[in-house]
Design a binder for this molecule. Structure first.
Ligand SMILES: [Zn+2]
Length: 72
């Protein structure tokens, strides 16, 4: 059974390549690496945004404490 490597588009053969449908272990690892790095990129900005927000939230809570105390 013939196929094409999803990474480098080289022709692969299920009878010859043990890493089928990839032509080699390197391409197989590259596919896994692409998937892992994509996940990393998605989670990175979320983690980066949460840090300053948490610091701001403390300031906002302190600011809200004063007018709330004044109103009641
Ligand atoms: Zn390949």
């Amino acid at each position: 059974m013939k196929h094409r490597c999803p990474i480098c588009k080289a022709e692969t053969d299920s009878e010859v390549h043990k890493d089928f449908p990839f032509c080699s272990e390197r391409c197989r690892m590259q596919d896994l690496g692409c998937w892992a790095s994509e996940k990393y990129v998605v989670s990175d900005p979320i983690f980066d945004e949460e840090e300053p927000v948490e610091g701001e939230r403390k300031t906002i809570l302190l600011d809200l404490d004063k007018p709330d105390d004044h109103e009641s």
